[in-house]
Design a binder for this molecule. Structure first.
Ligand code: ATP
Ligand code: MG
Length: 357
């Protein structure tokens, strides 16, 4: 058979295999129900301390990039401006309350840089592996970036969700999804995929939601949250009607190209990935590696090895946890993945299995 035909067959096989790979890793409806019940229960308890408090989910439980047994990210928002509760104190109070009233394993961290309560729910029939849960206080930007990710996913779920979910699994299996060990957070990986679909692919697979003008004029004030511009175009119905990408590449082709781009083309040493603005230089953001470390530790020197700008908190490098060794490993993984997917394979499903080994 002609090599071109074989290649086309491999690509279509790869796309089908990606869908089948991801499907059984999605959370079960039972898991989602239990998580929602847990959220409601905790919210009810917290309201006994502060009636104006709400408990919201963010992160992968509600950005559509959740996998089975993903942790649960929750945040307490206090609507009454006169509540006058300090985060550390509130974390301690909620921790004590949950310890008294529930049988969750509770660990309040009131003195952490960002005070949170860590919870572990024991395994049960609906939650065979239990659930880890973090509760933060007043992190409103996280709610907004979760909504941004969800809106991107909604525009083209078949390609966007499949790619992100697969790459999250791949990164976990290849051990490059450990911010505490010098590699990437899931949030960082997701931003890399969206950046690729918005700014690298030509024609783009996704529009830049932060650059589409609002239909009705909105004031500067309405765009701001905690002095950050959090505007993005979020009218999903209108996006469905008005935006149709003229990029028709299959999810398999996009995956290969994603790995290829980050193996060979992206200039890790000098460039910043900005979903908001496209490629930026480290220099223009002042994110150079030889920052004045003045006696600080090794970690500080590594702060800008890999630069991913947060979509709203634009002075913040989401990938600041990536160390020199971490970046070396990540780039090695991109190259390995490119090699595996561009070698001749008879069956895509075997290539995916090897990729995630
Ligand atoms: P997982 O399924 O692996 O838990 P996730 O989508 O929940 O994936 P996390 O990395 O756990 O991703 O992040 C959850 C949320 O926390 C993100 O959606 C984001 O709002 C916020 N977040 C996480 N990491 C960062 C970071 N480095 N900078 C800013 N916000 C972050
Ligand atoms: Mg999470």
């Amino acid at each position: 058979m002609h090599p071109g035909v074989l290649h086309r067959r491999f690509l279509s096989d790869l796309s089908t295999s990606l869908f089948s790979f991801v499907l059984p890793l999605l959370p079960t409806s039972e898991e989602l129900t239990i998580k929602e019940e847990v959220r409601t229960l905790i919210e009810k308890l917290i309201k006994t301390i502060e009636p104006s408090a709400r408990l919201l989910s963010f992160g992968s439980s509600c950005n559509s990039f959740g996998l089975r047994n993903s942790d649960m990210d929750l945040v307490v928002l206090i609507d009454d401006p006169d509540a006058g509760l300090d985060s550390s104190m509130f974390v301690q109070m909620i921790g004590d309350l949950l310890e008294r009233e529930t049988n969750f394993d509770v660990k309040p961290l009131p003195k952490a840089r960002i005070p949170i309560i860590k919870l572990n729910l024991a395994a049960s029939p609906g939650l065979p592996f239990g659930i880890a849960c973090d509760i933060g206080i007043e992190n409103r930007l996280a709610i907004e970036n979760t909504r941004l990710l969800l809106t991107y996913a909604t525009i083209d779920p078949a390609r966007v969700r499949t790619l992100v979910l697969f790459l999250k699994v791949w990164a976990k299996r290849r051990r490059i999804n450990s911010p505490y060990r010098g590699t990437l957070s899931s949030y960082g990986i997701t931003l890399m995929v969206l950046y690729f679909l918005v700014h690298v692919k030509q024609p783009p697979v996704l529009p830049n939601l932060q650059r589409i003008a609002p239909v009705r004029p909105i004031t500067e004030e309405e765009m701001m949250l905690e002095s950050r511009n959090v505007y993005f175009f979020d009218d999903v119905e209108m996006l469905r009607q008005e935006w149709s990408s003229v990029n028709f590449e299959s999810v398999g082709e996009l995956l290969i190209d994603f790995f290829r781009y980050f193996s060979h083309d992206f200039q890790f040493n000098t460039m910043v990935l900005s979903l908001r603005a496209g490629p930026l230089t480290k220099e223009s953001k002042g994110w150079t590696n030889d920052i004045d470390v003045g006696g600080l530790n090794e970690m500080a020197r590594d702060r800008n090895r890999l630069c991913i700008e947060d979509p709203f908190e634009i002075t913040y490098n989401v990938a600041r946890t990536v160390t020199k060794d971490g970046l070396y490993t990540i780039r090695g993984e991109f190259m390995r993945a490119t090699r595996i997917l561009t070698q001749r394979h008879d069956r895509a499903v075997l290539a995916l299995a090897e990729l995630c080994r």
